[in-house]
Design a protein around this ligand. Structure first.
Ligand code: PGA
Length: 239
């Protein structure tokens, strides 16, 4: 299983350090073999321990240069960062990233061997049009994306479920993940209002190999509980 925490624009450097200390020691003390990734804000990048991977929520696809407000490969290398989130709905819909720019970012970081957590997901009006419209929408979000890239992880995150407390039914998650599985063998995460109370049942579904959690992972102890659930399920699903 793969369990990810996306801090977005939350937590200071100090808060992140305290959080990482808790999660690092939990993972090590419990012999967790699942992949745990934390995406802190840029200001909290650091060489943390060896048990939890640290990724970035975004970066500009260049080595360095005149791109005001962005950070690039050079700044990631300083902290040994080799994991990146690409295509998150907040970057698509709030920051205005186009599929073209997302695909360019994907190519740049794939060429450099990064682990890429690539996000897709539909807004509510598309969901309401039914499953065909939904899959068509997601197919467009795969334009220019190499679905065979070996270090690819896909996160299905319906836009209307992010930060709203709403989630699709378990049946719907399974349906979409089944359709995604037909397109790629990359691990599939579900994201959107995952919390301690629903993480287990979501991770237990077919073709769900983990979760990408925003607000529900801001508490280190809640995140550790979800990691524990993942590791328990891992044993069961692997049987
Ligand atoms: P949420 O966010 O868990 O707060 O809904 C998930 C995400 O945006 O990755």
């Amino acid at each position: 299983m793969i369990v990810c925490a996306n801090f977005k624009a939350n937590k200071t450097r100090q808060e992140t350090q305290a959080y990482m200390a808790v999660v690092e020691s939990f993972v090590s003390a419990n012999g967790i073999s699942d992949t745990v990734i934390v995406f802190p804000p840029f200001t909290a990048l650091e060489h943390y321990g060896r048990n939890v991977l640290v990724g970035v929520q975004n970066a500009y696809p260049v080595q360095n240069g005149a791109f005001t407000g962005e950070i690039a490969l050079e700044q990631l290398e300083e902290f040994g960062i080799e994991t990146i989130l690409i295509g998150h709905s907040e970057r698509r819909h709030i920051l205005g990233e186009t599929q073209e720019s997302i695909a360019e970012k994907f190519r740049f970081f794939a060429e450099r061997g990064f682990a890429i957590v690539y996000c897709v997901g539909e807004p509510l009006e598309v969901r309401e049009e039914g499953n065909d419209a939904l899959m068509e929408y997601i197919d467009k979000q795969f334009e220019g994306i190499d679905l065979k890239y070996p270090d690819l992880i896909i996160a299905y995150e319906p836009v209307w479920a992010i930060g709203t407390g709403l989630t699709p039914s378990l049946r719907d998650i399974e349906l979409i993940h089944g359709a995604l599985r037909a397109k790629t063998s990359a691990p599939l995460l579900y994201g959107g209002s995952v919390k301690v109370d629903n993480a287990r049942e979501i991770m237990a579904l077919d073709n769900v190999e983990g979760v990408l959690v925003g607000s529900g992972a801001l508490s280190a102890s809640d995140f550790c509980s979800m990691i524990e659930q993942a590791s328990e399920l891992n044993t069961k699903k692997g049987e």
